[in-house]
Design a protein around this ligand. Structure first.
Ligand code: 5GP
Ligand code: ZN
Length: 115
């Protein structure tokens, strides 16, 4: 838990969020500024700043983030149509909240290429 981190506060229920899923490793909640009909964030419960600071012991946790994202996509009914998973890393990557998170974005045709 990092005192000033908004996602740590959501994980610990200090700040309210529209939480869809929670287990001992991860929490998933709706983004407050959705960029598509479905926009959900999946975050590790422990504070990890970004992909840059992942440790070898986080390997299974990262895999679990993807499995949970896949399950939520199914529950949201966007699996068949397809969706996008994004992890912005650092300022050039567009990261604004420095607690690792996976964006699950779908419900519409995504624009591509990104950049
Ligand atoms: P990033 O830009 O770091 O990849 O993504 C951060 C995301 O967190 C943004 O899409 C932003 O809308 C979302 N966000 C920021 N603050 C909050 C918050 O307090 N609650 C929720 N649910 N989402 C937030
Ligand atoms: Zn945090």
């Amino acid at each position: 838990m990092t005192n000033s981190c908004i996602f740590c506060k959501i994980v610990s229920n200090e700040v309210k969020a529209n939480i869809l899923y929670r287990d001992e490793q991860v929490t998933a909640f709706r983004d407050t500024h959705p960029v598509a009909p479905t926009h959900i964030l999946i975050v590790p419960n422990k504070h990890i700043e970004s992909v840059n600071t992942l440790e070898p012991e986080d390997e299974s946790l990262v895999g679990h983030l993807f499995i949970v994202a896949r399950n939520i996509a199914e529950a949201e009914g966007i699996s068949k149509g397809g969706y996008r998973l994004v992890t912005n890393t650092g300022s050039n990557g567009g990261q604004t909240v420095f607690h690792l998170h996976l964006h699950l974005i779908g419900g519409q045709r995504m624009r591509y290429p990104m950049g």
